[in-house]
Each structure stands twice: as structure tokens, then as C-alpha cells.
Design a protein around this ligand. Structure first.
Ligand code: SF4
Length: 333
């Protein structure tokens, strides 16, 4: 089904910069558009609470990839960042994939440009490349297996012990996986701006003020922060842990958007965002937060911006993602 027509220059800013009638009930309008267009909204845990609440599926990168691979909707609206929408398009090439704001990039994916990674790879010709999903499609196309923070340890362990491995682009996740698996991996030195700026000093003070609280952290955090953690896990891992733990208070070191789901699932518990090394009290990903309910509504109404990809690139990038999905299924992840 085609959408309402938008002028040719409508995407100059990377999103539809139209005034939305403030009296509109956007929740109702978006629900209507979902039915009308047989669209599904996939939202990452780091999206603003309103977007999480209107989504059909909320999850982390692994869950979102699995959903993108199996949906029978005609349109996938991806409330997340660009590499995630690309992954959805790679897995569902015949579906229309929409991203509310094309500017929603990722500082981690940006640390690994394709030309530089190609030169790096040439230095290690006999290595298998395991690539964190937070990377561009060009980088995935140069990789052997994709992983997420949920399955990175299992993916590495699924390879023979003497297999030589390059792991990228996140050096902190790579170091954590190397420690967990005992594998000596060559690491690409990338990092995420959100997970790298947690303040060790402020976290220590917070732990002292809340001695009963458990400190839980995402493996994209630096090793010094992870050393303080009672539990380390992917965003979904942190959510499950917080729900199931008998403790009542948690200091959470990842993007603060996940706290919305934690609070919904366990309203009697207290979740404190771990503070970053700046004047903010919590840590938001500026890329994820570019998506708003208004942009989501406009993108569904006009079916723009659309994520389009070259067929050859899709063919190359799908292989390492499929290997990840196969290994994850084998491990019941
Ligand atoms: S939180 Fe970090 S890794 Fe995730 S999208 Fe934002 S910049 Fe990228």
C-alpha cells in the first residue's frame, strides 16, 4: 500500500519536518496506521517511553533481529538507530523498512569505517571475524559471524579453541568476552560514547549511599566499571536479572531507557541510573533519542524515510547474521 504523498525535498533534514496537529491523539493515530498499512513497530529498549509503549515488540538487538526475520507485516517501522534498521532490511529485503529519523546513527558503529577495517583485516588473513551487531552493513559484509551482547560469549565458544579471532567493533565487549571465554582475540578499538562515560567515582559514591542496592552493568562499559558490578549482562539480561533478583534496589549502568521496562515489570523496586562523567544524572543515547512519537507518526503516514540497500550488499551481509541466528537457536537464546 502506498502512503500519502510527500514532496520530493521532504527529507532534506533526514526526517519529515512537518508540523503535527497538537490536538491529535498520536497513540490512536499510530494504532490506526499500523492496521491500515499492516505495519509492525519494533522498538529498542533505549527508545523514549511513549515509543516503547506503542511498539509491537520491544527488545535488544538479538530479539529485534529475530522479530525482523519472522514478521509477516508489509512494513517494518524501526524505532532504533540506523544499523538496526539496516539489519531488519537485510533480514527482510522485500519488506519496506522505515526509520523515523535517518540521522539516528551510532557512535560505536562510526568508530569502525569500512576502508580502515579492510586494511586491519588484511593484517590477520587467517582470522575469523566476529562482529558485534552495532556495525554498518558494509562491516557486516566483511565478517564471518555477527553477535550481540546477549550471545557474544556463546558465539565465541561455538568456535574451536584454536580458532584465531578478530572481534569488533567494541573493545570493551571484546575484552569482557575474551575474559569470560579465555580466548585471546584481536580487538578492534571502538567504543560506545554512552557506555564509556560512566563515572567510577560517582558510582562508588552511589553504592556507598545505597549499600543494599545491586550494581548491574552492560558489557560495553569499561573494565574498571565492570569490576564493581554484581551482575553483567545485555540489556535484556539486565532486565531479567532485575525482575528476578530478590533485591529491591538497583544501580543500572546502561542507557537509561531500559529503566522504563524495569519499572513497569517491577513497580515495587527502585532503579537508579548510574551517573556519567558529566553534569547529567543519567545516561541517554543522543542517537536513539532522535526518534520521537511525532516523527514515528509522520514516517508511518508518509512511509518515509525508507531504508534502502543495494542487493549485493544485502546478500553479503545476511550470511554472518544468519550464522548468528543459527547459533543462537542452537543455544536456545
Ligand atoms: S547506546 Fe551506544 S552503541 Fe547503542 S546506539 Fe547509542 S551510541 Fe550506539
Amino acid at each position: 500500500m502506498t502512503g500519502t504523498v510527500a514532496p520530493a525535498n521532504s527529507l532534506e533534514k533526514g526526517y519529515l519536518d512537518y508540523q503535527v496537529d497538537p490536538t491529535l491523539d498520536l497513540f490512536e493515530e499510530i494504532e490506526k496506521l499500523k492496521k491500515e498499512k499492516n505495519a509492525v513497530i519494533l522498538a529498542h529498549y533505549y527508545q523514549e517511553p511513549d515509543i516503547q509503549d506503542i511498539a509491537d515488540y520491544i527488545g535488544d538487538s538479538l530479539g529485534l533481529s529475530q522479530q525482523a526475520a519472522k514478521t509477516d507485516a508489509d512494513i517494518i517501522v524501526f524505532a532504533g538507530v540506523h544499523f538496526m534498521a539496516e539489519t531488519a532490511k537485510i533480514l527482510s529485503p522485500h519488506k519496506k523498512v522505515l526509520l523515523p529519523d535517518l540521522n539516528a546513527g551510532c557512535s560505536l558503529a562510526d568508530t569502525c569505517p569500512a576502508d580502515q577495517f579492510a586494511l586491519f583485516k588484511q593484517k590477520y588473513p587467517d582470522h575469523t571475524v566476529i562482529m558485534y551487531v552495532n556495525s554498518t552493513a558494509d562491516i557486516k559484509a566483511m565478517s564471518d559471524i555477527v553477535c550481540t551482547s546477549t550471545n557474544a560469549v556463546q558465539i565465541v565458544e561455538s568456535l574451536p579453541k584454536d580458532e584465531k579471532i578478530i572481534f569488533g567493533p567494541d573493545k570493551n565487549l571484546g575484552a569482557y568476552v575474551a575474559k569470560k571465554t579465555g580466548r585471546d582475540m584481536v580487538l578492534w578499538q571502538g567504543s560506545c560514547m554512552v557506555h564509556e562515560i560512566f563515572s567510577l567515582e560517582k558510582i562508588t559514591k552511589l553504592k556507598n549511599r545505597h549499600p543494599e542496592a545491586e550494581f548491574i552493568a552492560h558489557p560495553e562499559c569499561e573494565d574498571a566499571v565492570l569490576k564493581l558490578a554484581d551482575y553483567i549482562g545485555s540489556t535484556t539480561g539486565l532486565l531479567k536479572y532485575a525482575i528476578n533478583s530478590p533485591k529491591k534496589e538497583f544501580i543500572v549502568a546502561t542507557e537509561s531507557g531500559i529503566i522504563h521496562q524495569m519499572q513497569k515489570a517491577a513497580p515495587d523496586k527502585v532503579f537508579i541510573p548510574a551517573p556519567p562523567n558529566n553534569n547529567c544524572a543519567c545516561n541517554d543515547c543522543p542517537h536513539m533519542k532522535l526518534n520521537t512519537l511525532e516523527k514515528l507518526y509522520l514516517c508511518m503516514k508518509y512511509e518515509l524515510p525508507e531504508v534502502k540497500m543495494d542487493e549485493e550488499l544485502i546478500k553479503k551481509a545476511v550470511k554472518p547474521i544468519e550464522r548468528m541466528l543459527e547459533i543462537s537457536a542452537k543455544y536456545g537464546l
